[in-house]
Design a protein around this ligand. Sequence first.
Ligand code: BGC
Length: 376
Amino acid sequence: MQRILVLAALCGAVLQSGCASMTPAVRSPSSPGVSPSPTASPAGTAAASSTALPAYGWPDAFTLNQRIGRGVNFGDALEAPSEGEWGIVLQDEYFQKAKDAGFNTIRLPVRWYVHALESAPFTIFPSFFERVDWAVESGLSRGMVVILDFHHFLPFMDCPRCERERFLMLWAQIAEHYKAYPPDLVFELLNEPTDAVPASEWNEALASALAVVRESNPQRIVVVGPVGWNGLGGLPYLSLPESDRGLIVTFHYYEPFHFTHQGADWVDGSNAWLGTTWTGSAAEQQAVRKDFESVSAWGTAHGRPILLGEFGAYSKADMDSRARWTAAVARQAAELSFSWVYWEFCSGFGVYDPAAHRWRDPLLDELLPESPQRGK
Ligand code: BGC
């Protein structure tokens, strides 16, 4: 009964902020047949160079959130069922491009559970750790913050209680593996717990995962977000361990969903939204402002820094609308002192065109107006 009430309340809250964002993001491979060509460095070699703490030592969550600043998601790569299956294989050049453009942070979505044993102790395959190490190192060695995100844990969304053990055992390994890495490596506990995950279950699971992480990483900054696909409507139901101040709270923003996800092949019915524009009218700007002010108020009330961990408009929308919307969202986030990480680098929402080896200037201009990479 209580579970039904929580869900009903949650859906009500999300309806206010746009229930469309609750649409299941079931994705089908966009470019099957592209195989990965990992360029991983041997385990331990690159990692060793990053173990020295930077001069500023362990930061508090607000300081680290400022360092996150403006970032970009390296999406559709390591969180695909296997890297390359969705058309993106990470390249060293991508990290350099992002750095040169002026991004401070890379968020690295990783689908851990498919690269591990299927039963306890759920050992993560060493070759996969090597690949992730390479990616983490590629960001850290360039002075960027890296958010290591636990993405697409699909079985958990179906049954969080059945998957609690696997969730904790995977985190125990990840935390142990990266415990000597510098503070600019940030952990994110779980991407987008869906609307099928009751808030009470998520609050319990996140507290348990945090306890596991704290055993090996007492001071590391950890990112955590609410149920309801990390939408802002889930924030009132998020309950965090009060005494743990090393947390940054994240939310994702794709409103209006019919605009940002028009024509997205993983969202049922989204072809009907093709042609939806975003003109930047006073009412449209005000809607974003109102949403963000509610997030900001939550952050102030709970004393937590806020990260806008994903936002973006899919490539099927017209570029002028995408650029206007991206500008409005990024500016309003910055005004409220949220750090932000654009979704994403070089796939369907991409700010960079990997085939042409150049930036999509209308998007880059709005994300990083002073970027020296314009036209490159
Ligand atoms: C999902 C992606 C999706 C994006 C926008 C992300 O959190 O993991 O698969 O493309 O949101 O819908």
